[in-house]
Write a protein that binds this ligand. Structure first.
Ligand code: URA
Length: 269
């Protein structure tokens, strides 16, 4: 393997962060000294070991309950961001560098919800700033939108290690926050970017191939009115499958049409 191929292989395997400033050749290092067998710890001593200072992970059901309470208590987007920053019910927080809350214009008519931050988003604390974000920006520009005219978030606000798919428990723990995020931002049009976001927010097991391009309505109990929602392909998928851009273009035109209709017939709430 040449150097570039090795680097690609490492990135695909998720090793995309430098741990030290200088490389360490672990193959030339002497083998580690054998670890001495642990001596049994007498019972009385065990109780004297101080409790770990890290917050203990919450069981999945408890995490969902505390997420619902924390999200419902937030009355503004700033409060919601602060509540997420304090939330201990999603293990992804421990491995992420930054909370990725949102980008764009919170007062925009159009809100986009993606999947989860990648390495670039994690570093910058902003959604969709890496290669798929750049494609998303070009797609939005094609229908006259940019980050001043859309508001962007993700269903998961912390980067999953090595960009793995978020687990069902992680999605369930973060869902109350993204639902509240939508209710507080009050967009007039919601776009779900990718299958993970569409399945989580529409509570369906249908795949994105079937979901994309079909408008539905979205509403949670704390929203005043239902809003139109469109699932569409994720730009990362389009980068791998450029032939699907034709369908994405149809979705973009449909979003543009919906915005025009909305301006001509604004919702009454
Ligand atoms: N993919 C997403 O779904 N969201 C991001 O923020 C970046 C990549």
């Amino acid at each position: 393997m040449n150097d570039l191929a090795t680097l690609r292989w490492l990135i695909e395997a998720g090793a995309d962060e430098a741990v030290l400033d200088t490389p360490l050749d672990r193959f030339s290092a002497p083998p580690p000294a054998p670890v001495p067998a642990a001596r049994p710890v007498p019972r009385a001593v065990v109780s004297e070991i101080p409790a770990p200072t890290l917050a203990a992970p919450q069981p999945a059901a408890q995490a969902v309950v505390s997420a619902r309470e924390a999200a419902a208590a937030a009355k503004t987007l700033d409060e919601l961001k602060a509540a997420l920053a304090k939330f201990e019910g999603c293990a992804l927080k421990a491995t992420a560098t930054n909370l990725v809350f949102a980008d764009g214009n919170p007062a925009a008519k159009v809100m986009l919800v993606g999947e989860a931050p990648g390495a670039d988003e994690d570093r910058q604390g902003k959604p969709f700033v890496g290669v798929s974000g750049q494609l998303l920006d070009r797609m939005l520009a094609a229908i006259g939108l940019d980050r001043t005219s859309v508001y962007i978030t993700n269903v998961i606000p912390w980067r999953p290690p090595a960009n793995r798919t978020p687990s069902a428990a992680e999605l369930a723990a973060c869902l109350p926050f993204v639902q509240r995020h939508i209710a507080l931002a009050k967009p007039q049009i919601l776009v779900l970017v990718g299958g993970i976001s569409a399945k989580a927010l529409l509570d369906t097991s249908e795949g994105i191939m079937r979901l994309r391009g079909r408008w539905r309505t979205y509403r949670t109990p704390d929203m005043d009115a239902e809003i139109p929602v469109l699932p569409t392909y994720h730009p990362a998928y389009l980068l791998r499958q450029p032939s699907q851009k034709r369908d994405s273009w149809r979705d973009l035109l449909s979003i543009k049409q919906k915005i025009t209709n909305n301006i001509n017939n604004p919702p009454s709430n």
